[in-house]
Design a protein around this ligand. Structure first.
Ligand SMILES: [Zn+2]
Length: 281
């Protein structure tokens, strides 16, 4: 069995793979795991700067240049995390529908890199592109595990190298509404990202099309609110990313993580220091 993991992190819009799991990806990249970031769409419908300019001037923007800009933002953001493998599929995100060609494209990537772990959106996220991306990802895992003439093949269902053993969904709300809150998102897996929180903030600052940037406080507001919020506080760390595992994990014995035991052994002053640390400025 291979020692290193292959991880595929799929976000519906270009920014999503970073904002929901960027700190975790930076840790895996630093550990030597293979990390691939994929976004099926251009995210053009969320180019907030271009939308503002179009509303004010009425002039149709140069769409190709805007798509290039969104691709570059994601590539630059991933580079901040130490991730160089970025797949920007470039599909339109104006009306989000599951499309066979996108499923096939995602399946091709799964067949090529044979991820052990896939990270993507909560399946019932009420942001249409998010939920549809998860739907297409699940279809693509299935497609990649079967025979598609001339296409790469990625078996699933076990824990040997090359098989997708686990899918982790983000647990942050896509929107705040009744549908999101009817489906309570209980995290199963918390990753302490305190040592990569600043890298993630630097990565988020690459998304200037959505009002992030070195002179903008947005990364700090969201970083403290999401990663520094309830999940981190309850785990007694400064910053954390939270996930829900798709499959029940299998162990030889009842598990308690050695990391949790290490955190529990901290003296009170260290625990308080860790919990109240604010790194984002
Ligand atoms: Zn999104």
């Amino acid at each position: 069995m291979s020692e290193t993991l292959s991880i595929l992190n799929i976000g519906g819009h270009p920014k999503d793979a970073i904002i929901y799991a960027g700190g975790t990806m930076a840790k895996h990249a630093a550990r030597g795991d293979r990390v691939t970031i994929l976004t099926p769409t251009t995210g053009l419908s969320h180019h907030l700067q271009a939308i503002d300019e179009y509303r004010d001037s009425g002039d149709m923007p140069d769409v190709e240049a805007l798509v290039d800009e969104r691709r570059r933002e994601l590539t630059d953001a991933a580079a901040e995390l130490g991730v160089t493998d970025v797949r920007f599929l470039g599909y339109d995100d104006q009306i989000a529908l599951p499309k066979e060609e996108i499923v096939n494209d995602i399946a091709d990537v799964i067949g090529e890199i044979r991820p052990n772990v896939i990270v993507t959106h909560w399946p019932y996220d009420t942001v249409p592109t998010h939920a549809v991306t998860t739907q297409m990802t699940l279809l693509a895992i299935d497609a990649a595990s079967g025979i598609r003439p001339g296409k790469p093949y990625a078996p699933t269902g076990g824990d040997t190298a090359g098989e997708t053993a686990q899918i982790f969904y983000h647990v942050h709300l896509g929107r705040t509404n009744v549908l999101e809150t009817l489906n309570v998102r209980v995290p199963t897996t918390i990753i302490d990202i305190t040592d990569t929180a600043v890298l993630k903030a630097n990565a988020m600052n690459k998304f200037t099309s959505q009002h992030y940037g070195e002179d903008s406080p947005l990364h700090r507001k969201l970083g403290e609110g999401m990663d520094g919020g309830t999940h981190a506080v309850h785990a007694r760390v400064a910053y954390a990313e939270a996930f829900l595992a798709h499959n029940p994990e299998i162990y030889e014995y009842l598990p308690v993580s050695s990391y949790r035991r290490k955190l529990s052994a901290r003296p009170p002053e260290k625990l308080f220091d860790d919990m109240t640390k604010m790194l984002l400025s």
